[in-house]
Design a protein around this ligand. Structure first.
Ligand code: FAD
Length: 395
């Protein structure tokens, strides 16, 4: 399954062309910090303490980690990043990353904000998708109850109807504007109602093309089966399957919960098994591309390369609109910008929101970069390589 060397992600001049020397030096500092788990934990703990104590650290966070990983504090304030990426044919997926207010009012407000991202996408040529998490629109406790097939009280039933209405309002808006919308995948113990809702929306809005995309986490042992099942359902009901493929972000939490509660972990036994499943999912999707549209959400160089090889084998053009590549803003620019330069359709998830509200997102990025072996080191190697190249060029 070795990919022919169709595309290289080594060109750091391309990868960081949108970053100034100053921005690159800040990135070097950030990745040096997070690649050291001891230091990273210390920074995370002190930042949490400072924020809880009301110390004025927001300015510093904004100038460093926030600027590196986020677009801005609002859609309007993310405009600079949208344009900057757009210059290099990299799309922006505005990811409203405010986690917190878990009230009906908060859920309605989140729904309105997601709709604003769709309106932004409709007006902009550089915003190809919108995205949302169901937990921004529904309480996790309610989702868990539905996942377990528990009996709902009348109040819970009403709350669930409101969730369905919110999801439909968003997807209907996306359909009206013809902007594709991604539904993120979350923890396995709340995922079934998310999958059911996504399926319902796809049946409604994906008749001619994929507007709604559900997410498949290939670190789950049942994910390939789910993907195949979703495809068969789409064929039998005559709609296009929208599939965002990711490995999965909640591995530690999933394993801990399974161990504590004494059930078999839903996660693949090792990294190789997740990698294998992910690449098989890519293969399955490209083999059935006439009825599936995909977003490959990954920072894994092999998987991205493998997808380009599959496209070539199936005589697809690089810019076939049924295949998108996506990475997170502030990470794996070498993949994003080298793909874009070769004409592939590629976009960044660009989180945005007030600094204090996106902190959980930033903490997750910090611990992910620490725990995912090699990722921050890889970033660091590339950033250092580019800084050296620029220095040499100036001399
Ligand atoms: C655009 C985009 C959208 C995303 N959307 C979602 C989403 O909706 N839901 C979600 O859960 N995540 C999402 N993610 C995060 C994603 O799931 C991964 O956590 C992250 O991208 C790292 O995986 P990778 O494919 O980039 O590759 P790598 O860095 O090669 O792989 C790391 C991943 O491999 C898996 N892994 C690592 N060690 C093991 C092990 N010992 N056993 C089994 N598996 C292992 C884990 O999933 C880990 O995150 C998204 C990522 C991107 C780029």
């Amino acid at each position: 399954m070795e990919p022919q060397s169709t595309i290289s992600f080594e060109d750091t001049a391309v990868a960081f062309s949108y970053k100034s020397d100053d921005a690159l030096k800040k990135a070097r500092l950030i990745f040096s910090l997070v690649s050291n788990s001891w230091l990273s934990n210390l920074v995370i703990r002190s930042t949490k303490f400072a924020l809880n104590a009301g110390l004025p650290v927001e300015g510093l966070i904004k100038k460093t980690a926030f600027n590196h990983f986020c677009g801005g504090e609002s859609i309007e304030k993310s405009e600079r990043v949208i344009r900057q990426l757009g210059v290099f044919n990299v799309g922006t997926i505005l990811d409203y990353s405010v986690e917190g207010e878990k009230t009906e009012i908060g859920f309605d407000e989140t729904m309105r904000e997601i709709i604003r991202t769709i309106e932004k996408a409709w007006k902009s040529t550089s915003v190809p998708f919108s995205v949302f998490k169901i937990t921004g629109l529904a309480s996790a406790a309610l989702l868990e109850k539905i996942h377990r097939k528990d009996q709902l009280s009348a109040a819970e039933q009403l709350a669930w109807e409101k969730v369905r209405l919110r999801v439909n309002t968003i997807c209907h808006k996306a359909f009206t504007c013809q902007i594709a919308i991604l539904i993120d995948a979350e923890e396995s113990w709340i995922q079934q109602p998310i999958d059911n809702l996504a399926c319902e929306m796809m049946m409604k809005y994906n008749r001619e093309r994929a507007i709604v995309f559900n997410t498949y986490q290939l670190y789950r042992t049942d994910a390939l089966g789910s993907l195949r099942g979703a495809f068969e359902h789409a064929v039998s009901r005559n709609y296009i399957l929208g599939a965002k493929l990711v490995r999965g972000a909640y591995m530690e939490r999933e394993r801990e919960r399974a161990a504590t509660m004494g059930y078999t972990s839903p996660i693949q036994p090792d990294k190789e098994a997740s990698d294998r499943a992910f690449n098989q999912a890519l293969e399955f999707c490209v083999n059935n591309i006439s009825r599936i549209s995909i977003v490959c959400g990954s920072h894994n160089e092999y998987s991205n390369q493998y997808l380009t090889t599959l496209m070539k084998t199936h005589a697809m053009t690089n810019h076939d609109e049924r295949v998108w590549f996506a990475q997170l803003y502030g990470m794996s620019d070498n993949i994003t910008f080298n793909l874009a330069r070769r004409g592939y359709l590629v976009a960044k998830y660009v989180p945005y929101g007030p600094v204090h509200a996106v902190m959980p997102y930033l903490f997750r990025r910090a611990s992910e970069n620490t725990s995912v072996t090699g990722q921050s080191n890889r970033e660091l190697v590339l950033i250092k390589k580019e800084l050296r190249r620029r220095k040499k060029q100036k001399n």
